[in-house]
Design a protein around this ligand. Sequence first.
Ligand SMILES: N[C@@H](CCC(=O)N[C@@H](CS)C(=O)NCC(=O)O)C(=O)O
Length: 216
Amino acid sequence: MAIVLLGINASPFVRKVRVVLAEKGIPHEREDVIPVNVSAEYRKISPLGKIPAMRDGDRALCDSSIICAYLERTHPEPALYPSDPYEYARALWFEEYGDSALVNVSGPKIFFPRIVAPRFFNQKTDEAAVQKAIDEELPPLFDYLEGQIATPAIAGGAFSIGDIGIGTQFVQLRHAGVGLDVKRWPKLTRYVAAVHERPSFKALIAEERASFGLTD
Ligand SMILES: N[C@@H](CCC(=O)N[C@@H](CS)C(=O)NCC(=O)O)C(=O)O
């Protein structure tokens, strides 16, 4: 029975799951669900009306972190969670840092006004507000990450859910035209570039940029 991922590709949380599916080579289908006025049927799977959700045969789940953890158990190889208990916890922390601290700025304050609002809601971008978030709110978040990157991976020495959680938020920023200052954040700049070069991320970035009409 096929896995069906529900959601749209503008969501960093949908992308997290898509990267896990790609890294593990899990066959799946995707159905577009826009998280606005969702159907009563969708709410049975995702009671908060958020994306992503997933069906696996007659089972259903919601929330990207829960779906990724489930896929790790159903498809253990390649492992995307470190086996060492401390590194495992750190990987979860960086996933959470992406899912909360980074998304709070990258989503509503940058990606939404620059990419979603003009394309899908015919709204003009308040560039001054976006630039303020870029100048004032992102740097402290980046400073913290710069101090955490000791290896090519953020935790456990190998690519993990922590890198996926961080990497997906930097895709939002990249789509919105926000780069990293290599002089101020040299390690983070190299790290994000390496994560985005992975075939899983690279293919999704290209697909998404085409769908938003973005050119490099
Ligand atoms: N913790 C959730 C967050 C999901 C989330 O916030 N998704 C956004 C789209 S990026 C959404 O559905 N927003 C609609 C809403 O909040 O009603 C997860 O990891 O899946």
